[in-house]
Design a protein around this ligand. Structure first.
Ligand code: PMT
Length: 399
């Protein structure tokens, strides 16, 4: 799979190094030519000899190595087709984001001509630190790639986000970066993501728990696979995937207008957005003041964007989502037919690892002929790819 692919693995000092041992072994088994660069702190956790044996090549540790050529870091930076930093500490992210190159690994990254993939791993408070998040955002904007850390029990004993991502996810990303499947070239994909926000007065609004992860995952995968991708998104804190055309909206009505304006020219629509079914009938220009007794808010229906697309659709493959808390399959079967969809992705949001906010999802694919496919728990980016596989297969059948 990775035959003869030249990969440099940069290792910084974190306990997740033990996972990198397996990663290097797996990359080598897949046929890659692996070179390892270790920082001084990384060597406190695992000796270079371990990586030398697993990679079958000498491990690079020193910027000023009297035995190596004078421009060793330039050679290490320009030879590989991909550089993977695993684990990536807050320190290395901060240095690279701010242009500091004071050891072999950071000089290699600075001089790199190939994609660089960071796999951060650190304590949850460090990861959430605004400075670290700002550095990640800077690096993302400059084209560096990331596999986000997972949530779980960390080496320091606390629970939270900070564990280096599972090796399967890292390997998947490596494969995508080295062998981007271009099976969506020439297609236009429209994705809606995130929540909508329905204002009550200048201060309050009605919204829901969608973070946009599912939709941003679909947009990212479609772009990686060569599609022209239009992402119509409600408010989220996520960085838009590189290469997508992002249209930001707030309300369901704005999302409706943005979707309708683009629908005619698209081939596949994936509607992951959690659109508010209702909005306040009246927006109050002034802050609504407290009063004695209860307050009633009158709501009115928002347009059902998906149902409208179902009525209008011509060549487009229409993929809807359904978030349910009971009778998942019953509601899903009803929605797929009523809204004239080609596929409905139904998630029972009461299940662990499914629905809003999580990195993973558990869904059923429900088709208009009544067929149902239960998918296992999987990362939202992996699920995104499966959804696109299904949409492509449906498109082929249609022709
Ligand atoms: O964003 P994340 O945190 O990653 O969470 C992902 C998710 C839970 C939001 C996603 O997996 C999901 O289930 N999205 C659909 C949520 C939803 O609004 O479900 P629904 O059953 O209310 O709507 C059904 C479908 O109709 C959806 O495709 C929705 O986009 C669409 N719809 C709904 C209402 C409306 N007025 N217009 C619409 O187009």
């Amino acid at each position: 799979m990775l035959a003869e692919k030249k990969i440099t693995v940069g290792i910084t000092g974190g306990i997740a190094v033990f996972k990198t041992v397996q990663l290097v072994s797996n990359l080598k088994a897949d046929g890659a030519v692996v070179n390892v660069v270790m920082t001084r702190s990384a060597q406190e956790f695992v000796k270079p000899l371990t990586f030398q044996v697993l990679s079958g090549s000498p491990v690079y540790t020193e910027l000023f190595d009297p035995m190596a050529g004078a421009v060793q870091h330039i050679e290490l930076a320009t030879r590989p087709e991909l550089i993977v930093i695993a684990p990536a500490t807050a320190n290395v992210l901060g240095k690279v984001a701010n242009g500091i190159a004071d050891d072999l690994l950071t000089t290699v990254i600075m001089a790199a001509t190939c994609p660089v993939l960071f796999c951060p791993a650190m304590n949850v408070n460090m990861y959430n630190n605004v400075v670290v998040q700002r550095n990640i955002a800077i690096l993302g904007k400059r084209g560096f790639e990331f596999v986000e850390p997972g949530i779980g029990r960390l080496a320091c004993g606390v629970e939270g986000r900070g564990r280096m991502a599972d090796l399967d996810l890292i390997k998947n990303k490596i494969r995508n970066l080295l062998h981007p499947r271009q099976d969506m070239e020439g297609l236009t994909v429209l994705v809606t993501a995130g929540p909508t926000v329905e204002p009550i007065d200048p201060i309050r609004y009605i919204t829901n728990r969608s973070t946009g992860k599912m939709g941003y995952g679909v947009a990212s995968e479609a772009t990686l696979r060569g599609a022209k991708t239009v992402l119509i998104s409600g408010p989220t804190i996520l960085e838009p995937p590189r290469g997508v055309e992002l249209i930001k909206v707030e309300t369901a009505t704005q999302m409706y207008e943005a979707v309708m304006a683009r629908f005619a020219g698209v081939d596949i629509v994936v509607k992951t957005a959690a659109v508010a079914d209702y909005r306040p009938l009246q927006f109050s220009n002034q802050k609504i003041k407290k009063q004695d007794g209860s307050l009633s808010l009158v709501l009115t229906r928002n347009p059902d964007i998906l149902a409208e697309l179902g009525r209008k659709k011509e060549q487009q493959i229409l993929v809807g989502f359904a978030a349910e808390t009971s009778n998942l399959e019953g509601y899903a079967q009803q929605k797929v037919k009523e809204k004239n969809l080609d596929l409905l992705v139904a998630n029972d949001i009461t299940q662990i690892g499914a629905g809003f906010g999580s990195d993973t999802n558990v869904v059923r694919f429900v088709y208009p002929d009544g067929t149902v496919k239960q998918m296992p728990l999987m990362d939202k980016t992996v699920l995104a790819s499966r959804i696109l596989d299904e949409a492509l297969a449906l498109r082929r059948k249609q022709k």
